[in-house]
Design a protein. Structure first.
Length: 109
């Protein structure tokens, strides 16, 4: 999971010791992408640019950000046909929020 920030890695390690490659997006309180990390191609996010409105990329996040309290978790959301993800939302304490995606498509079998 190289390329992911320390805060994101710490959270992921607390959740599980066997994680699929993750993608992480840091989003402003205004809903704009600040940075992207991890296995973006796996989640078809390789074209996401800094400054992009997150609802144009991940519609399911509408109303969930900014994450100001405890972490939020949604299990087995369909990102694309044949691509299901667990989504973790983490507030960073400075008005920014992390969106973490973990591929759980194999659980559908």
């Amino acid at each position: 999971m190289t390329g992911l920030p320390e805060q994101v890695l710490d959270y992921a390690i607390r959740c599980s010791t066997k994680l699929p490659p993750a993608a992480a997006l840091l989003v402003s309180a205004e809903g704009r992408v600040v940075s992207v990390h991890g296995a973006l191609t796996r989640y078809h996010l390789e074209d996401v640019a800094v400054g992009t409105e997150i609802t144009n990329v991940l519609a399911f996040r509408h109303g969930a950000l900014p994450c100001t309290g405890d972490e939020l978790f949604a299990h087995f959301l369909e990102l694309l046909p044949e691509l299901h993800v667990d989504v973790h939302l983490l507030g960073s304490g400075d008005g920014l929020s992390w969106i973490l995606l973990f591929d759980v498509s194999g659980e559908a079998e």
